[in-house]
Ligand binder design. Structure first.
Ligand code: FES
Ligand code: FES
Length: 927
């Protein structure tokens, strides 16, 4: 890798000649300018992604004279006369072409933000070593981070280059569901042509930089802002709270909305914006934020839950007593009595920290004003929610706001909240010029939501024969300065805190507590990964007390179709947890035998262990409406427009929703033209979160497809028969006769189609009563993971050897994409268990905040159970959140199995593991 250039944007420029993708180019640039900037800005080679600008993520990897380098670390002065190959140039290299195809075939592509860097790094390897082994592949891509895939399919794609079995792009009509189809947006992602948030810059666009509070809490006063604008060439304007024409307040849950675009007099967390400076891109890039006229007065801050709850603590929000944002509660039966009479009772206390989303694409986008309307093009998981908030901020009707979602380079929940949108919208609105904003990695980490830190206390009891009788859970979540998804976390955890088991007596009380830290929000699982860490370790303790096998304990207690959940819901059908646990049974036995054999022979510090954990997760909003509406239109040329607004953040909604719709309609996949989630042209499919898109939007697509089929049959005066979609015609065949409908002759409807079908699906749920009883979700996904690990008892390090993941997905619409979700979830769960903890104010970059890299991820065996949901499309359930939930507790249970220690606080970093081992050896088992 090249050395870091001393970066400066105002150095003298010089003419630099090089070859890029086989083409000679001469550019005039500062020798200190980053190669990545030149490629993207001067040559428009947007396939080279910038995830950190610091050499940490590898997204910008290009070949420099055949060697992989981080283009963000290479100065233009270093490339004179060199040959540079970007992802766009791989089509000229045989290895590159084969790798691109192999990535598609293997489902190695999810969001796509890392894929250019991965492909380039892999090309360098394959050109030198056409038959690498797995370790060589891991080494070659070790510098390129991926947050979505868990690397396994990427590794398989590189190992398999040129030998993968091609998957049908468009199976016969009616045969798409269940097929391992290549994702529809995959080609753009492997070519580097996909448009992410930072990949478009409208002509004449200004740039914006937010001025953010450097303290956890501070009062502030501005100096002379007009003079600042006057005295800084290229700066056009400064905006503050006074310039917000509508409400200086937004939030993902309207009832709890509390976050200002700009703090008004006091900033409540480090990283909160107080002003935005707008100007020419070069001027903004050169802006020294330290010279911005603002005087800070640091104030005492509340960082810990206990401090925030203490009597007399300063309230972050005057209307929220005790700094409690919201409480959650589910109570069933009499837990005190049940625990008092239980044969065995165990208790435990567990803590988890902030976890950073660390998607490879930092937040980015632009806005432009079109008359009295504003258009915002940005990466987002929730276009219609963005529309509502931007409208309220600007004081204009929602119809005057158009949100155009770009491809999303990973979201995992954080891109549900606004980021760049209010800044670019406000500036473009006032200045009547396009305005663009791209978060730096540091800005992304400092200002966007995190996984909630949790502190959980549990008591659980069971009978002598291992039947659970009661569970008592108390959990507090550090929700940071603003509400974001705190209410959802506080509501979801009590519903899920029992795990997928029959617990007749149950009490779960939660609080989301405000502190002066970065807001905690949605992160894959909405608090359930944290509570599962506690509950599944407690169940292991109970099984041990009973003297039962830990897997059999879970199988004995598993929910079935007829046992009530802790909210009193009887699901009736589709409860696949027992099948998931039973699928692990043979592997569990083998794994234990192997670990025991290893340990019996071990003379050094290594010990092995095996752990299991179960999970369940309700798909969609908790007891709240969350409809999706899908529109499909038959065009005069015989093609079908599918308006599906489920934003594909890498999980594969574009492909899965199309597969469902195609089979419902009875049309081949290649007849469909996807129309994006642009709010001007596509109905609301709700947010991409809570594992709802396959289930809710998929069901709406199923209904719309079925309706259009019926409408075509009615037009042909037929009942049930084959429909063939030809060019400009639809042919209906029934009883040996056929009827052709010439589409060109039909009038166009208000949507511009000859026939339009639109359907809305809202899962049937009911509100929970004061004890949390009711029907919070129409469908649950179930799963269980088994982790096999190796612990170095001297170093405290933990190596995960294998994860076996069984998931009840109802119906596997696209098994490859589901496996991708599982493998990615396992990787995030592994990170949560062993390495990831974010400390606000420290390590706000991808160098210090570690996420798993390719070498950290073990083989993952996915077992897909199909216990159909009676409601989901073709029986499908969600998988996105489900996949991450059981990994960390399975690893932590394996740690206990291996060395007999339990950590009260995760992640299980080497220092904590080593300390726990030493404490156990000295007889202190407090953990
Ligand atoms: S952008 Fe260059 S390594 Fe991250
Ligand atoms: S596919 Fe690798 S970061 Fe998303």
């Amino acid at each position: 890798m090249a050395t870091t250039p001393e970066l400066a944007t105002r150095a003298e420029t010089q003419s630099i000649a090089l070859s890029v993708n086989g083409r000679k180019v001469v550019v005039t640039r500062s020798p200190l300018q980053r190669l990545s900037r030149m490629l993207r800005d001067d040559l428009g080679l947007i396939g080279t992604k910038v995830g950190c600008d610091a050499g940490d993520c590898g997204a910008c990897t290009v070949l420099l004279d055949g060697e992989p380098v981080c283009a963000c670390l290479v100065g233009m002065g270093q490339v004179e006369g060199c040959e540079v190959t970007t992802v766009e140039g791989l089509a000229q290299r045989e290895a590159g072409i084969r790798l691109q195809q192999s990535f598609l075939e293997h489902g190695a592509v999810q969001c796509g933000a890392c894929i250019p860097g991965m492909l380039v790094a892999a090309t360098a390897l394959i050109e030198k070593n056409p038959s690498p082994d797995e370790r060589e592949v891991m080494d070659a891509i070790g510098g390129v981070l991926c947050r979505c895939t868990g690397y396994r399919k990427i590794i398989a794609a590189i190992l398999d280059t040129g030998t993968a079995t091609p998957h049908q792009l468009s199976p016969a009509a009616g045969a798409a569901v269940g097929q391992r189809l290549i994702r529809l947006d995959g080609k753009r992602k492997i070519e580097g042509s996909e448009i992410f948030g930072a990949d478009e810059t409208p002509g004449g666009a200004l740039a914006v930089r937010a001025i953010r509070c450097p303290y956890d809490r501070a009062r502030f006063q501005f100096g002379d802002l007009a003079a600042f604008v006057r005295e800084n060439p290229g700066i056009e304007a400064v905006f503050t709270a006074r310039d917000v024409p509508g409400k200086n307040c937004y939030g993902v849950i309207a009832r709890f909305a509390d976050q200002p675009v700009f703090a008004e007099t006091e900033a409540r967390f480090r990283g909160e914006a107080v002003a935005a400076v707008v100007g020419e891109a070069a001027a903004i890039e050169d802006l020294d934020a330290a010279r911005f006229p603002v005087r800070w007065e640091e104030l005492p801050a509340l960082r810990e839950i206990d401090a925030a709850l203490a009597s007399g603590a300063t309230l972050l929000h005057a209307n929220r007593a005790e700094n409690v944002l919201v409480r959650g509660r589910v109570v069933r039966g009499d837990v005190e009595k049940a625990l008092a009479t239980a044969d065995f009772v165990v208790e435990g206390e567990y803590e988890t920290g902030f976890v950073e989303h660390a998607y490879i694409e930092p937040e980015a986008g632009f806005a432009r004003r079109v008359g009295d309307q504003i258009e915002v093009q940005a990466c987002t998981q929730s276009p219609y929610m963005d529309r509502a908030d931007v409208a309220a901020i600007l004081g204009i009707p929602p119809e005057a706001v158009r949100i155009i979602p770009t491809a999303v380079g990973g979201g995992f929940g954080s891109k549900l909240d606004l980021s760049v949108q209010p800044f670019v919208a406000l500036a473009a609105w006032h200045l009547q010029r396009p305005v663009r904003m791209v978060y730096s990695r540091n800005e992304s980490i400092v200002s966007t939501t995190k996984r909630h830190p949790a502190r959980m206390r549990l008591r659980g009891g069971c009978s002598r024969d291992g039947k659970l009788v009661g569970l008592d859970l108390v959990a507090d979540f550090n929700t940071g300065a603003y509400s974001s998804w705190g209410p959802t976390v506080a509501a979801r955890v009590p519903v899920h805190g029992s795990g997928p088991y029959y617990v007749p007596h149950y009490r779960a009380l939660t609080r989301a507590v405000h502190t002066n830290l970065v807001p905690a929000g949605a992160f894959r699982g909405f608090g359930v990964p944290q509570s599962t860490i506690a509950q599944e370790q407690l169940y292991d303790e109970l099984a041990d007390r009973v003297g039962m096998d830990r897997l059999e304990f879970r199988i004995l207690n598993a929910l079935d179709n007829h046992t009530p959940t802790v909210t009193g819901q009887v699901l009736g059908e589709g409860v696949g947890i027992r099948a998931c646990l039973e699928a692990l049974r043979p592997r569990w036995k083998v794994a234990h035998e192997a670990a025991a054999d290893f340990n019996s022979k071990a003379s050094g510090p290594l010990r092995r262990g095996v752990g299991v954990a179960g999970m369940w997760y309700g798909c969609g909003n908790t007891s709240l409406p969350n409809p999706s509406t899908v529109r499909i239109g038959l065009k005069r040329d015989g093609r079908i427009a599918l308006h599906q607004g489920a934003v594909d953040i890498g999980q594969g909604a574009n492909t899965i929703v199309t597969q469902i719709c195609a089979d419902a309609l009875g049309a081949p996949m290649d007849r469909f033209d996807l129309v994006s989630g642009d709010t001007a042209i596509t109905p609301d499919c709700g947010k991409t979160s809570a594992s709802r898109q396959t289930f809710v939007t998929g069901k709406a697509a199923y209904m719309a497809g079925t309706q259009l089929r019926q409408a075509i049959l009615a037009l042909a005066d037929a009942c049930s028969c084959a429909i063939e979609f030809g060019d400009g015609e639809v042919v209906v065949r029934e009883d040996g006769t056929s009827r052709s409908i010439a589409l060109g002759d039909l009038p166009l409807d208000q949507h511009g189609y000859v026939m339009t079908s639109e359907a809305t699906f809202d899962p049937p749920t009911s509100p929970l009563d004061e004890n949390g009883q009711g029907t919070p979700y129409a469908v649950f996904g179930f799963g269980a993971h088994m982790a096999e690990i190796e612990v170095d008892t001297e170093l405290g390090t933990v190596r995960v050897l294998k994860v076996t993941a069984a998931h009840d997905v109802g119906r596997a619409i696209n098994p490859t994409l589901i496996e991708g979700q599982i493998e990615g979830g396992v990787a995030q769960g592994l990170g949560m268990a062993l390495m990831e903890e974010f400390f606000p104010g420290k390590g706000e970059n991808l160098h210090d905040y570690l996420i798993p890299s390719a070498g950290d991820i073990p083989p993952v065996e996915s077992i897909l159970i199909e216990d159909p949901s009676p409601i989901g499309p073709f029986g499908a359930k969600g998988i996105g959140e489900q996949a991450v939930i059981p990994t960390a507790p399975a690893i932590l249970n394996a740690l206990h199995d291996a060395v007999g220690v339990r950590l009260q606080k995760v992640p299980a970093t080497p220092d904590r593991v080593r300390a726990a081992i030493l404490a156990a050896q000295s007889g202190d088992l407090s953990g």
